[in-house]
Design a protein around this ligand. Structure first.
Ligand SMILES: [Zn+2]
Ligand SMILES: [Zn+2]
Length: 340
């Protein structure tokens, strides 16, 4: 099969590889669409270490091509998406709660074992979910990030009527926007530097957008909230500066979810007094525990739209270009998809 193999920072090569051998409880998936995630870009730039050589790609959809002997719930031809995180079920964390992602032996497809920037990928049966026919493969590739965003929304604790600020209008920010609306937020304010992204945010329901290159987000938020700040802020960028910005936008007693994933070595400076004085509830969000079923259902319901987020599609042979477009956010890129 053809696959894009990551060797080291800046070095990914499209090569011929043997088709993966599946275990008794696994299925071989013929990949149809794989999203380029911020995580893939961090790895590609050397900001996150992974065992290499490795095929990246953890946001994918495809068709079941072959099943192991013990597989009972899926058959050849099923359209599927996959939860990339594989837990051991035996370690202390796994035993503490049903399927905890702090698993000490956690594997993740496309992060610790071969992923889906390839023609085929092997997936344990327990990680597969069927996709309704109304959802295209490109849209289905967004179900994994949607599942992660549902975790973020759960952790942010939005109440009906809350005023919410979402920092960043990339693919994740735009999913969080729709989820915040679906959770009953009365007003969602979204910030970014890229004008096209903010226009799309408006189409997807943002009540107010702020281009932080031209306008001070704190001023805009205070004007909208009688000088108090938002009830809930969600940081969807993953940078120390934007986390600080999110704190500044949040009212006293408000809640902040730090959703964006910062580079491994990034440091954040904070005034502890300010946290004390505001009595903020700060949460973070780690992967997608127990949120996949809800993500599939929400995508199928049409309450969350995925199609407008897919702006670019590339063949596997053009993966370098796909990563460049996604990383530099050029040509109006939001979600970049690779098709093997
Ligand atoms: Zn991802
Ligand atoms: Zn475990």
């Amino acid at each position: 099969m053809r696959a894009a193999v990551f060797y080291e920072a800046g070095d990914m090569r499209v090569e011929e590889k043997p088709k993966p051998e599946i275990g008794e409880c696994e299925a071989l998936i013929e990949v149809r669409a794989t999203g380029v995630c911020g995580t893939d870009i961090h790895i590609y730039k050397g900001e996150w270490s992974v065992p290499a050589p490795l095929i990246l790609g953890h946001e994918f959809s495809g068709v079941v091509f072959e099943v192991g002997r013990e597989v009972t719930k899926f058959e050849v031809g099923d359209r599927v998406v996959a939860e990339p995180n594989i837990t051991c079920g035996k370690c202390r964390f796994c035993l503490m709660s049903e399927r905890n992602y702090f698993c000490e032996n956690l594997e993740a497809i496309g992060v610790t074992r071969d992923g889906a920037f390839a023609e085929y990928v092997r997936v344990p049966e327990g990680n597969l979910y069927k996709v309704p026919s109304g959802i295209s493969y490109e849209e289905a590739a967004l179900i994994e990030p949607l599942a992660c965003c549902i975790r973020g929304i759960d952790r942010a604790g939005i109440r009906v009527g809350d005023v919410v600020a979402i920092i960043g209008a990339g693919p994740v920010g735009l999913l969080l926007l729709q989820l915040a609306k679906a959770s009953g937020a009365s007003t969602v304010i979204q910030t970014d530097l890229v004008e096209e992204r903010l226009r799309l945010a408006e189409r997807l329901g943002a009540d107010r957008t702020v281009n932080v290159g031209r306008e001070d987000p704190a001023e805009a938020v205070m004007a909208l909230t009688d000088g108090y700040g938002v009830d809930v802020a969600i940081e969807a960028v993953g940078r120390p500066e934007t986390i600080t910005q999110a704190i500044n936008l949040t009212r006293r007693g408000g809640r902040l979810n730090i959703f964006g994933v910062a580079p491994q070595d990034a440091l954040w400076s904070v005034k502890p007094f300010e946290l004390y004085d505001k009595e903020l509830t700060i949460t973070t969000s780690y992967r997608s525990p127990f949120t996949f079923q809800r993500a599939v259902r929400l995508a199928a319901s049409g309450r969350i739209v995925l199609k407008p987020l897919v702006t670019h599609t590339f063949q596997l042979s053009q993966i370098d270009r796909a990563f460049e477009v996604a990383e530099r956010k050029i040509e109006g890129a939001i979600k970049v998809i690779v098709k093997p």
